[in-house]
Design a protein around this ligand. Sequence first.
Ligand code: FCB
Length: 472
Amino acid sequence: MRTLAAARTSAGQPPVDLRFPAGFQWGAATAAYQIEGAVRANGRLPSIWDTFAATPGRIAGGHTGEHASDHFRRHREDVALMAELGLSAYRFSVAWPRVRAAGGGVNAAGLAFYDRLVDDLLAAGISPAATLYHWDLPQELEDAGGWAARDTAARYGQYVAAVAARLGDRVRLWNTLNEPWCSAFLGYGSGVHAPGRRDPRAALRAAHHLLLAHGHGVAALRAAGVTGQVSVALNVGTVRPVSDAPADRDAARRIDGLLNRIFLDPLLRGAYPADVLADTAALSDWSFVREGDLDLIAAPLDALCVNYYQPDLVGAGPDGHHDADTPYPGAEGVAFHPVPGPVTAMGWSVDPGGLRDMLLRVTRDYGAPPLYVTENGAAYPDEVDADGRVRDPERTDYLHRHLAAAHEALTAGADLRGFFVWSLLDNFEWALGYDKRFGLIHVDYATQRRTVKDSAHWYGRTIAANGVDRPR
Ligand code: FCB
């Protein structure tokens, strides 16, 4: 029998079947409103999520982000936990409502929180990855028209310049936006997210203005001479037709257009896809796209960040099918089908092949940019057992299978540089409140006590080994 020491490779890592490249970034991700709490500290302004959460009937259980996981006060403890797990990177978001002063200008006290966080991360040997917009628009900007108004994009550029001036020397990876699809289509289309508007025309305008904001943000980051990589995080999905019938294939094309290509094409090819413009022509002539916008939006990026949870299975709806609640403007006739197989507590299907296919599709169709998976993970109904342990084998299995799928994509040519588990901590899961637990670390909301789940210990061993065994 070999001793453990003898079994270690020359790099000092335990042997595994699927080893990731040297320097691969192992991270976990969070977002400001989901974890910070302290919504009135140091002059933070109200955001659309404060307003939305205060509106009866919007959030399950009437929950709000007022206290969340209390990370604003406990960030030192949380960074120590990250270090214990051996994370090489941590993706957090900067809250615009903390950085903006009422009426405009910069709230230096709000920005100081992120300054300290970044220093604490670096002191712990963890690479800071900052998302500049994870859905928390200052309410006063929504009152001025929100993302349906062009001016919001310019305001965003000014905000990014302020953050870049303060953190630009230390953040290693920048995401201008998190999942603009959700901001535009859940926020302004189906209205299940803040600000809760149900207006497909406004949703299309919002999508363009978010992309324009990204362009202003990239320009501001470059002008500040930031040293980290500049990117954007998209929820790129794998969209499969329910059958080979032409109508079902066309439904998949439409949803792929409105989920993926509507963002990927302007960002990486400098043009909106013609079929998306045609599919939405009854709603909009897209005259909100002005000369020069696409040049700004398509400024070169250093990487592309992708978030993945589950694939979509779609087909043509039966005659007369009209989904008035769809977030997809112009795709009311498309029917979404359940994906066979296991699901998480969100009801989301567990389908690691969708992650592999998505990484390879982006690689094939968009010039093989360096990629990061900036979110992947699963909610399960975790509990702290009497012995103080959280046993969450399903989450370990979920992450294991998705990491193996990511490795498959790497082997097939995707230039994958890192992987961030969603999420570091249990947190406020938007419209679903606190009942959906995605964390590697359990949070008891009554006491704010943290418990490292079994899956987090497994992730720590994965990081130490820089890989996983082939799942069985
Ligand atoms: C993503 C969001 C993230 C989290 C996960 C479960 O769409 O970016 O904040 O809510 O879903």
